[in-house]
Design a protein around this ligand. Sequence first.
Ligand SMILES: C[S@@+](CC[C@H](N)C(=O)[O-])C[C@H]1O[C@@H](n2cnc3c(N)ncnc32)[C@H](O)[C@@H]1O
Length: 376
Amino acid sequence: MEQEKKKKMQTDSSPTMATGNSSYNYANNSSAQRKMTDVMKPRIEELIANKLDLGRLAANDNTFRVADLGCSIGPNTFLNVQHIVEQVRHNKYQTMISTHSAASSSSLPEFHVFFNDQINNDFNALFRSLPLERDYFAAGVPGSFHTRLFPKSFLHIVHSASSAHWLSRVPPEVVDRGSPAWNRGMIHYGESPKPVEDAYRAQFRKDMGGFLKARSEELASGGMLVLVFPGVPDGMLQSETQISSVINCVNLSILDLVRQGVLEEDQLDNFNFPVYFPHPWEMRELVEENQSFSSIELEVVDPEESTWLQGGVGLREWAVAIRAAMEELFARHFGGGEILDKIFDGASQKIAEHAEVIMNTKCKELPLLYVALQRK
Ligand SMILES: C[S@@+](CC[C@H](N)C(=O)[O-])C[C@H]1O[C@@H](n2cnc3c(N)ncnc32)[C@H](O)[C@@H]1O
């Protein structure tokens, strides 16, 4: 029984952000993710203007449905969905009304927005900060985006920022002492032997495969799926990215605490980040295997465009960003309060000590993968 509980703790990731009450809460510590919103804006405008075919979409009812998957507690999710709603309403429907005499303003649809995250997301905090002035109906949809969340052919645009790289669980092999993929003393795969990376990649294939299958069923024909999340440019290794060096600093901080006897070695061995940063070729392969999407845009955003370290966010803030994104996960494994301060204060210090190495990695910044797909 104890054994079972321990195993579950090791592999059940179900991540959520620091809750609305924590001083590291996501709402105040999500400027890195906000950058992704900025990256998406012009791309989404172009996509809606050129690819969205209203005739095909709104044939049966007059409600336009948008979902944001992995919404957290805001504020980025509100900016993202508002932008989508505005683009569809003003740049698509109103243009149609002004150019077609048969169309009238009664052809304007109502908008229904669905905010999705894991069941343990702080939905109360999310709903408390819903913009009062919004021009859409809002609903929360709890559950994992790796499975079905909506009825068939229900949605018109699905958006997800900074979330699709989360795995449904830590690959079980990496916490299995008998496996060649046992990730002893490490918390991610960037600096680990190849079998560890292979185990992460296999888990991502399974999860993203499930994600695409579910979306292909939920999207109406002609509907769009738009994703942005961290990835690694083709031909590059995860260890050559800046994010990998930063995660390594968190790892070194935990290792120091093990050496000081504050944490047990077992606690380190059993803890792994449940995120995977895919290459574009891996995403392309999965989309092609799925066969439900007709148009595919897939690019690594130019780091110049997605740069955030120079945009006022300092190197040491990486540790705060990781804490805000993963606080609950750390707290569940290592315990909360003081121990978290020790881990992240130590990580900030390591980041400062390794600043030169971090700033000189082959792949600067946080490379972002932008994926836009249209349902056949
Ligand atoms: C870094 S936050 C991004 C929040 C927001 N989209 C933004 O751009 O600021 C990642 C979110 O993805 C959610 N998430 C991770 N795995 C998920 C899953 N399987 N299903 C639904 N949400 C998930 C996490 O709980 C978290 O709230």
